[in-house]
Design a protein around this ligand. Structure first.
Ligand SMILES: [Ca+2]
Length: 123
């Protein structure tokens, strides 16, 4: 199995199985081509839990790496669930944000309900 090494700014190194072939250039193009989805219709109670397990773990990071850089599935239950930093888009910054949260006791996912980028939340 081929593995991709994702060196994160935090100093952590993640090994991510490559499930789809692609060059670094195509991965960057894929990330850039994601149009922001209609986040107003995305109702979640916590961003970052992109696999809907009920908590944020390394499995969510791997899920998001596959989505952003490879050909993985969209975050569950919707695109906006992957926007852990509430920037309005799901990209590599959300991966770094989750790595900091899970491995470095960084801040938790942003407040989805008051971020201004999302119109709805479950409370
Ligand atoms: Ca984001």
């Amino acid at each position: 199995m081929r593995m991709a090494i994702l060196a994160v700014l935090t100093g952590l190194i993640l090994l991510v199985p490559i499930v789809a072939e692609g060059s670094a250039v195509s991965a960057i193009e894929k990330q850039a081509s994601f149009p922001p989805q209609n986040l107003d219709t995305c109702l979640v109670d916590m961003t970052g839990d992109v696999n809907l397990s009920g908590s944020i773990t390394s499995a969510d990071i791997i899920y998001l790496v596959r989505f952003v850089l490879l050909s993985g599935n969209e975050p569950e239950p919707c695109y906006g669930a992957g926007d852990a930093n509430c920037s309005g888009v799901v990209n590599s910054a959300d991966i770094v944000y989750l790595v900091n949260h899970v491995f470095k006791s960084g801040p938790g996912p942003c407040d989805f309900c008051t971020s201004g980028f999302h119109g709805g939340c479950i409370q």
